[in-house]
Design a binder for this molecule. Sequence first.
Ligand SMILES: Nc1ncnc2c1ncn2[C@@H]1O[C@H](COP(=O)(O)OP(=O)(O)O)[C@@H](O)[C@H]1O
Ligand SMILES: [Mg+2]
Length: 465
Amino acid sequence: MGILQRLVGSYLVVIVTTVIILEAFLIAAVNYYYNYNIEQILTSQAELSASFYEQYFAGGNLEQQAEKLLKGFSHHSAAQVQIISSSGQLMQDSTGLQTENSMLEYRDVRLAASRGQPETWRGYDPIAEEEVLAVSYPLQDAGHSIGVVRFVTSLAGTKETVRQISVLLISIGLIVIGLVAVVGILLSRTITGSITGLKQTAEKMAEGDFTARAQKRYRDEFGALADTLNTMAVKIQEQDQLKNEFISSVSHELRSPLTSIKGWVITLKSGLLTGKATIQDGLEIIESETDRLTRLVDELLDFSKFEDGRMVLNYTAFQSADFLQNIGKQLRPRAARQGITLQVQAGDSLPVIKADESRLKQVMINLLDNALKFTEPGGTIVITARLAGEQFIITVEDSGAGIAEQDVPKLFQKFYKGNHSMSGSGLGLSISEQIIKLHKGDISIDSRLGKGTKVTIFLPRSEEL
Ligand SMILES: Nc1ncnc2c1ncn2[C@@H]1O[C@H](COP(=O)(O)OP(=O)(O)O)[C@@H](O)[C@H]1O
Ligand SMILES: [Mg+2]
């Protein structure tokens, strides 16, 4: 069952139930009101007549007075008036009815005659052949019941009136139900319209069409959903574009070493090279280009690990000073070859830290590799470390080429590599940032063109230490 049917269905259930309950109550009330009213009128007329008799006619012969009494009683009443003797004989009837049957057969007459109390009866009268309401009042003479005055009225008129009012009420009820159904359908359409639109857009997106946009009809939950859907599509499109850019950058990065390797292989294969030294040069270039390719592939593998969350840190506790000194030892030969001084200012007072040692080393090697690449002979590189509150801070500062201020924010982008001839694939800083972020730390770069660069790593100190 669709939402439209369900909504309209529930509207209808509520309104039909309400209308039925209300109408049943109203019709019952109208019915009661009319019947009660008519009974009141008859009762008061009968009572009036009875007391009138008691005051002015008591003591006489009922049979002889009957005709006169009837005239007086029926004068002001539209009802049928009967005067009946206590033995049940109908003496006078305002409609002219005459019967030999005992009126005591009527319950009201019987009770009024025998008990001397007024009595009301409602029922089918076989003589009148319709439903009637009758009120019998005893005629008293010095405390004795000597007869009965009976007011009778047909209930047909009342019934008809009640029926007409009921028909009117039921018609109004049906109109209300109809109106609610129409309004309900229109209202529900506004809801289902939004849903249908959203569903169609979502289906298009599911088929891979992310140019599809959901239409926002109202500022309600569905409007918010449309916005979310559209934002999602924009994000996916951006991701797609990033992926394409990534692939083309990777292809570009792979192409240059491959071209260089291929060129040397063709040259070597041709056998035209004679000098041993030249052959050696060619092989060295092939070796270093192969290394570059291997490094690139390793970096790309790291990226795919970051992307799908497979990069898991392997935390160990280690002495930070030893860690930094070892890195210094490892890179000092290269620095010496380039004529650069490499200092490590890390005293024994430094704490034990908890981190993924090999990943942190990868970051340090990346930073030092950059510093060495972009610093001229005669320059210096300084590594420092200190504890500041809950943070362990490492800096790598060089006196090298520096980076223009406007380029600093781009450094952590994948494949960003300035325009320096020494630049590599442009992935190193991006990977370093991801590793530090995975440690819940931060990395920032301060640089001045021509003056040097300072990279700062902030690592949170693990509480368990
Ligand atoms: N210490 C530095 N001094 C000057 N420029 C730097 C320094 N470190 C990074 N850069 C610039 O940032 C770019 C990106 O660095 P990185 O991501 O490590 O890639 P790569 O080293 O492969 O070029 C470098 O190409 C260079 O232009
Ligand atoms: Mg680098």
